[in-house]
Design a binder for this molecule. Sequence first.
Ligand code: DC
Length: 226
Amino acid sequence: MSHAPVVPVLTIDGPSGSGKGTISALVAERLGWRLLDSGALYRAVGYAAGAAGLDLSDVEAMTRCAQGTRIQFRAAGDGGATRVVVNGHDATDELRTETAGAAASAIASMPPVREALVALQLGFRKAPGLVADGRDMGTVIFPDAAYKVFLTASAAERAKRRYKQLKEKGLSVTLAGLQREIEARDSRDASRAVAPLKPAEDAVLVDTTGMGIDEVVAKVLAVVRS
Ligand code: DC
């Protein structure tokens, strides 16, 4: 009897602003593996719910929305960031806003919403391998992953990074306000009953405070190559 080879998975979990998105994309590119940006799924559902004028605190409505939202990732033609298409609309820019992040965090605390997104996430596991970026990739979605990393950075450092990104986009934000938002979201994500943000027991912890992108990428690649 032949068994299909197991597709290797590298999970990269951690709080927002730990650099997960950037690092996951670079590592996936270096390995030639696929990428799952699971946060984008929660953001997309929150965005679709908002666009439809639904009540974000209504668990049943949010669950139906998670089940019914069509989410597609499309490579940008110019080699730029992957586009996220939600129900046929390119919502890439809207999904990166703080409003979308807050909506995502709210609906991500609802167990049936998380359940509705499981099969979609498992479907990303295809040869030659998958880099899965999120909060519960190593603990809930891919507990059997061969490689697990948990990225952290101090809240002050994460606020600074986010501040720089948003300023570059010309948005008006304050550093103190961002740090407060980051701390509030961290505690919501870490204290929720379902899939709380915590490192898998077998994850390698990498604190990226004061580290450059190349250095973090090298550390994560070393986990896969070790
Ligand atoms: O990684 P991100 O900032 O795009 O995630 C947005 C929100 O979605 C965040 O508040 C936590 C939630 N999320 C989650 O609960 N589980 C995941 N696997 C990914 C994101």
